[in-house]
Design a binder for this molecule. Structure first.
Ligand code: ATP
Ligand code: MG
Length: 418
């Protein structure tokens, strides 16, 4: 026998037994995004490597070690499989002057690629839904995105989610804080782990979200950026808190929340759950007011987030959320004349907007009923020689209450669509 292939590490198949729940997640998200006026944009999976280096940032986990990058053999272009969606979205907004006639609310969905250690909730190909709002400077849009996510969780029925927010100031405030932080950590150099030492001068803010237990004490005692904010950034933060209070969305200030990507400023937020171990962040985002200009566009304030769909899926399972893709009807057809009638009857049912699995391939009544059972259809519609002769069908409730009955096809459709 020939050798079989296997999918490569970190790249998973999503099998039919799980796709009903995936579709519930996707459909609910699409609906929520549309309700807030977000419009869908579809972006390429491959972008110039430099786009990510210049947006996500050179000294980030993503750019330092997680990107799938290669050189195009035809022209030597440096290319990368997208590790996140914001950079490509900003590229498209600039390339097509999408904000020329005013602000834009956009969303996208699709696969992202990061070469990282595979664990539960951490894959090499994973999926995100992202939303980005361009051209809005105030905290109203930050709040609206958060409220939209709260609605999405509610509509999915998610349990155990917590919102954490922080403000990481503007570039100048962060630059000053950076120096304060470097000085502070240099004063405790003996307590820094290897990662922290490496980051001390390149990306000291990232030390704040170190998970190393040995470092927690010095991190707890570090000066807080929030305390050094100027009046404008402070007002933005206070405005956001006010709007979240008004909307009845609970949040926790986490002054250590800095996010792993360089482009954020002011608002940052994460939705976290305790139910998924250390991969507990299910969605994350914030404001990135200078990125559009930094990538060659006109200065345009912006704010966005990305949802990690695999993690939401796992949390949906943890919370006991279910979805079904079972058909309405399994059409059992026994005997030559019934077999000939079955496709016509199936089409008539589908015209009435019913989902029908027509038994194919023949077999005994018993064998077909077994398949009907396994399909989890609400009803079995049965036709045999008797039914064909009488121009009737037999309708048997499978998962719903009621008696089996012989009736005309029209009456059966009436029953099924009640
Ligand atoms: P983490 O700290 O867990 O590595 P991150 O800060 O790198 O997350 P973002 O770049 O903010 O993640 O991506 C937004 C969301 O996408 C995350 O909150 C998470 O839900 C999801 N996500 C990120 N990386 C992965 C991955 N490798 N596998 C599955 N989901 C992921
Ligand atoms: Mg990461």
């Amino acid at each position: 026998m020939a050798d079989k292939f296997q999918s490569i590490k970190g790249f998973y198949d999503i099998l039919p037994e799980h796709t009903a729940l995936w579709q519930k997640l996707e459909d609910t998200a699409r609906r929520a995004l549309a309700q807030y006026g977000y419009r869908n944009i579809r972006l390429p999976l491959v972008e110039p490597t430099d786009l990510f280096v210049r947006s996500v940032g050179e000294h980030t986990d993503i750019v330092e070690k997680e990107m799938y990058s290669w050189e195009d053999t035809l022209n030597g272009d440096q290319l990368t499989l997208r590790p996140e969606g914001t950079a490509g979205c900003v590229r498209a907004v600039i390339e097509h002057s999408l904000t020329y006639n005013g602000p834009q609310r956009l969303w996208y969905m699709g696969a992202m690629f990061r070469h990282e250690n595979v664990q539960k909730g951490r894959q090499r190909q994973f999926h995100q839904i992202g939303a980005e709002a361009f051209g809005y400077a105030g905290p109203d849009v930050d709040a609206e995105q958060i409220v939209m996510l709260a609605r999405l969780w509610r509509e999915l029925g998610l349990c155990d989610v917590e919102l954490q927010i922080n403000s990481i100031g503007d570039a100048a405030e962060r630059a000053e804080y950076r120096q304060t932080l470097i000085a502070y950590f240099e004063g405790h150099a003996g307590l820094l782990d290897e990662d922290a030492k490496r980051r001390l001068h390149s990306n000291p803010l990232r030390i704040l979200d170190s998970k190393n237990p040995r470092m927690q004490e010095i991190i707890e005692a570090a000066p807080r950026l929030l305390d050094t904010l100027g009046s404008e950034t402070r007002a933005h933060y206070d405005g956001l808190c006010q709007l979240l209070d008004d909307a009845g969305v609970a949040y926790r200030l986490n002054t250590r929340l800095v996010r792993g990507l360089d482009y954020y400023n002011r608002t940052v937020f994460e939705w976290v759950t305790a139910k998924l171990g250390s991969q507990g962040t299910i969605a994350a985002g914030g404001r990135y007011d200078s990125l559009v200009e930094q990538l060659g566009g006109d200065a345009t304030p912006a704010c966005g987030f990305a949802i990690g769909l695999e993690r939401i899926f796992l949390l949906m399972q943890e919370c006991g959320i279910e979805a079904s893709d079972a058909p309405d009807v399994y059409l059992v057809n026994v005997g030559e004349s019934a077999e000939r009638q079955a496709p016509r009857i199936a089409e008539a049912l589908r015209n009435a907007d019913l989902a029908v699995v027509m038994h194919a391939g023949g077999g005994s009544f018993k064998a077909q009923m077994k398949k009907a059972d396994r399909s989890a259809a609400r009803y079995a519609l049965i036709i045999g020689d008797d039914e064909v002769a009488a121009s009737e069908v037999t309708l048997k409730p499978m998962l719903v209450a009621g008696e089996q009955a012989r009736l005309s096809l029209d009456k059966a459709i009436e029953e099924l669509t009640k």
